[in-house]
Design a protein around this ligand. Structure first.
Ligand code: FES
Length: 307
């Protein structure tokens, strides 16, 4: 019984922390879809206000808010009922429920965000360990014609790591630098092997060091046998379901040899050869839009094997 004679329940003071915490979690989830910056901001807000909320909720237990010492009273039958409201326990039911809610929210947040985080982050780490591939002297590549080059991405793993790229030597750039177009053969719809639309000159096949095989081909376009995806000579999609242009490799010239560099995704290619303007993006698994409004609408990529 309180001083004024009314029963007054022990309620926690009003707090804005739970609301701010919820906003932080919402921002985090939204950020996982649209932007890492928003996700990071949401994570910071959620952590800061979650901690503040937890501190408030457990302050009484930790002794920051002195608990009311229970006053002993004789087991007077008439006074027992009146004494109960004045001997509130240090850890009330409302505090327990609040702490449980925080734990439950944190658990749900982890269950919701960790898989999404895994889907988004892991592909970035699964395509970076390809060994450097030397495709041999520049003379192996006739200007203006494609060569099918196959190589072992990981020689220690043997033939299972064999990959295929389509390599065309272009006219040199304006500054005189050599120019190559190197298309990765993996279809950017669902990953089937893309084929050149033209005859392969098997008689001119040459095998060079490191398990590299080179086959000239008369092809000015490429096609995917799985669902009919078609690409032109620059790798731009011309028909079918692929969602972007064929992936490309950067390259370097070392000791007069052509060496494959980084694999990257391509939105679109304007122009040809050394004069082409290439919309370049970090590599992403097949089926992923890298530009345009679709990249915003479908930003989360499925988990897949390496490129
Ligand atoms: S996998 Fe190439 S079109 Fe579907």
């Amino acid at each position: 019984m309180s001083d004024n004679g009314n029963d007054t329940p022990h309620l926690p003071g009003p707090s804005l922390w739970p609301i701010a915490f919820a906003i932080g979690v919402a921002l985090l989830l939204l950020g996982l879809v649209i932007s890492w910056v928003v996700a990071l901001l949401g994570a910071i807000v959620a952590v800061v206000f979650g901690l503040l909320w937890a501190r408030d909720a457990t302050g009484e237990v930790r002794g920051e808010v002195p608990a009311v010492e229970p006053e002993y009273r004789a087991p007077d039958a008439g006074a027992v009922e009146a004494a109960v409201p004045e001997t509130l326990p240090a850890y009330t039911r409302s505090r327990f429920l609040e702490a449980s809610l925080i734990g439950l929210s944190a658990g749900m947040g982890a269950v919701l965000t960790l898989p999404v985080l895994g889907f988004m982050v892991l592909p970035s780490f699964t395509n970076l360990d390809e060994d450097e591939v030397d495709l041999g002297p520049l003379d192996n590549f006739t200007k203006g014609e494609y060569v099918i080059a196959t190589y072992l991405a990981h020689p220690s793993q043997g033939e299972v790591s064999r990959r295929t790229v389509f390599v065309r030597q272009n006219e040199p750039a304006e500054n005189g630098d050599p120019s190559f177009t190197i298309l990765y053969s993996r279809c950017v719809h669902l990953g089937c092997p893309v084929q050149p639309n033209g005859p392969i000159d098997e008689d001119s096949m040459q095998e060079i060091e490191g398990g590299v095989e080179l086959r000239p081909v008369l092809a000015q376009s490429f096609g995917c046998p799985c669902h009919g995806g078609q690409y032109n000579a620059e790798g731009n999609r011309t028909a079918g379901p692929p969602v972007r242009s064929l992936d490309r490799y950067s390259f370097s010239i070392k000791n007069g040899n052509l060496v494959l560099g980084e694999l990257f995704a391509v939105g679109n290619v304007d122009g040809t050869g050394a004069n082409a303007t290439i919309s370049r993006y970090p590599w992403s698994v097949p089926g992923t839009h890298v530009d345009g409004v679709e990249a915003w609408l479908y930003p989360i990529v499925p988990s897949q094997v390496t490129g």
